[in-house]
Ligand binder design. Structure first.
Ligand code: PGA
Length: 678
């Protein structure tokens, strides 16, 4: 036997002893406490069957936390028993408990539409690697939720059911009713039902039975101790009773339809989240209780969620605990962003973590752009170009002289290089794609930039946003839903990705719509395109073909749940690694697109970097655009370790050539751009 397993065995034995003594002490304390509260504890023994069959056990009302004006004791000295992860595979479940929120159907619809567009196309609903997701809106919103979330993989559940199946029971709702709407879950025994509505374990057990009588309707059974019980070491015994009474009569064959949500009452809605160790210890105790009734093998298959003030910044650490199989989320499920981040956090594997190397970029041009974006370096011009979208300007800087800008009288999404004389560029304008010249000798001021072609989606509330020239010399750009945060088309996926070919024809190359295009960039081989719909916080790679649409989408990066904001512009370096500006999180990360690992982080003193590119005569400097209110300047970092970028391709206009000729020319150009990557 290895030293490790010997230690593990001793450890488990020790924990069992601790648990036993905790239980005995708990029972004694329960007895003492019961004098002043609702427990009838004198018959409490270690045999759960005796307790359950002989006594009516009521729930202790939680003591308001203001009365217990002392910090919760820490369990940091307690040892935590870790299950053997290799033998148990439980798919995490993240559930959103909306409680009595929001106030109106209109608000509920907005939240559902945002959730839908966050999830649509982004979660494989049945993959064991991704968490299962369910939301629990109030009854009147269930049908709308089921309708709007159709196709997203998000399941819908009800927050309660009544005790009858049909008849003269005014105001009640039955299990068959919610199931017939399409609900997959019902949540029972929530502490608010127990405390505020006086639901006993017996009532909860009756509801569990009624739910299980409906094929396809699964149950989340909530359990958890109050702060006072916790302080008095009653966690194990309280939770054990709730489980054993709540599941009384549930046969082992039905156990797979039960999820336990462990929610310490002192953590619900209070902002006091249990530490991961506290949660793990409690979940072990929950599993022990299940095991006493159903045996160890079956109890290991039951998912145990943690609930109580779970937020995007606490989920990842909670999920590192082997017995935490997801979360029941209240307050943070009421915004699409925080709920989605929690789901993402539950999907991230905490193992194999290597800390990245960290750097800080410095401001080199104090432009105070409202929304700086789209930096590109021209090898031909030895000049960096970038835009400020709402200020309708394109900036130009040769790294020596003072930078200058030109105003174009249109919101600008991006600027790319155009084949031709010094300063030739193409601009993604609000109403059209424009060709102009940014050199100081520019002479189109009087007539303005020339229109290359109309923008697509004329009937939509969208505009061109992020864009880059592919390695074959074509201009690929994505659109942006102007109202994606609020307004008429909030939550609507109405933006697409397009390619402007050399013959100036535009073709759509993504077979679904989304909200905010970003990250568009290509490695030197030109056979992959990266893309991100920013609100989803996920970056994908696609196979990029000479003709036809993007294919074979795969996820390469999900923004960590504890970071605010979303992925914005990106660029690929000569080694094929992806540099992504994380707007809102004040950093740029380098991601290995094959593994998703982040090995470098460039910090900025401002919150919102918007995009990145490589420039300078050796392409060994990283330039980062930023936005207001705290940012707006251009930032720069000399790259360490010989990291260099790729020369930026130019858009080729060749209206008269036939397609084969253009393709051949583009392939030649592509091979010219392939560098050995020193
Ligand atoms: P909370 O609620 O996340 O707002 O604490 C959790 C719950 O009551 O299920």
């Amino acid at each position: 036997m290895s030293l490790y397993s010997l230690l593990q065995r001793r450890f488990i034995k020790f924990i069992k002893k601790v648990m036993h003594w905790k239980f005995v002490c708990s029972c004694l304390l329960l007895g003492i406490l019961s004098h002043g509260c609702a427990f009838t504890s004198h018959t409490l023994t270690k045999n759960p069957q005796t307790i359950i069959s002989s006594q009516k056990i009521l729930f202790i009302k939680p003591v308001p936390s203001t009365i217990l004006n002392k910090p919760l004791k820490s369990n940091s000295d307690d040892l935590v028993w870790y299950d053997n992860p290799s033998t148990v595979q439980r798919r995490p479940l993240i559930a959103g408990n909306w409680k009595l929120n929001p106030k109106t159907l209109t608000e509920a619809t907005t939240l559902l539409k945002l959730l839908s567009s966050h999830f649509l196309n982004h979660y494989a609903s049945n993959s064991p690697d991704t968490p299962e997701v369910a939301i629990f809106p109030p009854y009147p919103f269930l049908t709308t939720a089921i309708h709007i979330l159709d196709g997203t993989g998000i399941k819908v559940g009800a927050q309660n059911i009544g005790l009858q199946t049909e008849g003269a029971y005014t105001g009640e709702v039955s299990a068959s009713m919610i199931r017939s709407l399409g609900c997959d879950y019902v949540m029972l025994g929530h502490s608010e039902r127990r405390c505020l509505f006086g639901e006993s374990d017996k009532t909860i057990n009756q509801k569990v039975q009624l739910a299980l009588d409906e094929p396809g309707l699964d149950v989340i059974l909530c359990v958890g101790e109050t702060e006072e019980e916790y302080e008095n070491n009653l966690l194990s015994s309280v939770v054990s009773l709730q489980i054993k009474k709540g599941l009384m009569g549930v046969p082992v064959e039905e156990l797979h339809r039960i999820v336990i949500a462990y929610e310490p009452v002192w953590a619900i809605g209070t902002g006091k989240v249990a530490t991961p160790d506290q949660a793990q210890l409690a979940h072990v105790s929950v599993r022990e209780s299940l095991s006493e009734v159903y045996g160890s093998d079956d109890s290991k298959k039951v998912r145990i969620q943690y609930g109580g003030s779970v937020k995007p910044d606490s989920i990842e650490r909670l999920m590192t605990m082997p017995d935490v199989d997801g979360a029941l989320v209240g307050g943070a499920s009421l915004t699409a962003d925080s709920f989605t981040r929690i789901v993402d956090g539950a999907a991230v594997s905490p193992f194999n973590y290597q800390p990245p190397k960290e750097f800080t970029a410095r401001e080199c041009v104090a432009t105070k752009n409202v929304l700086g974006e789209s930096p590109i370096w021209s090898v031909r011009d030895q000049t960096l170009y970038w835009i400020s979208a709402p200020e309708e300007e394109v900036w130009s800087w040769n790294l020596n002289d003072a930078p200058y800008r030109r105003l174009f009288g249109t919101t600008i999404g991006c600027v790319v290089l155009k084949q031709g004389e010094h300063g030739s560029v193409v601009i993604g304008g609000e109403r059209a794609l424009l060709a102009t010249n940014m050199s100081p000798q520019t002479n189109d001021f009087a007539v303005g930039a020339s229109i290359l072609c109309e923008r697509p989606e004329q009937a939509e509330a969208t505009r061109p946003n992020d864009g880059r020239v592919d390695r074959q010399g074509r201009f690929v750009f994505g659109m942006y839903n102007n109202y994606h945060r609020a307004g008429v088309s909030v939550g609507e996926n109405n933006a697409g990705i397009y390619r402007l070919n050399s013959n100036l024809e535009v073709e759509q190359i993504l077979d679904y719509k989304y909200r905010v295009s970003n990250c568009i960039c290509f490695p030197k081989e030109g056979n992959i395109m990266y893309f991100c719909d920013t609100p989803t916080r996920k970056v994908y790679a696609f196979d990029y073909n000479d003709t036809g649409p993007l294919t074979n989408r795969r996820l390469v990066y999900t923004m960590p749940a504890d970071l605010p904001g979303g992925p914005d512009g990106a660029q690929v370096d000569a080694d094929g690694l992806l540099w992504i500006a994380l707007s809102g999180a004040g950093r740029v990360v380098r991601v290995n697109p094959n593994t998703g690992a982040v090995d470098m982080v460039v910090h900025l003193p401002v919150r919102s970097p918007t995009s990145v590119t490589f420039g300078g005569k050796d392409l060994d400097e990283l330039f980062i655009t930023t936005r207001g209110p705290d940012g707006g300047g251009l930032y720069r970092l000399k790259m360490p370790f010989g990291i260099v970028g790729l020369p930026e391709p130019e858009f080729i206009v060749n209206q008269n050539s036939n397609t084969n000729f253009i393709l051949q020319q583009q392939r030649d150009l592509a091979s010219m751009y392939q560098r050995d990557g020193n």
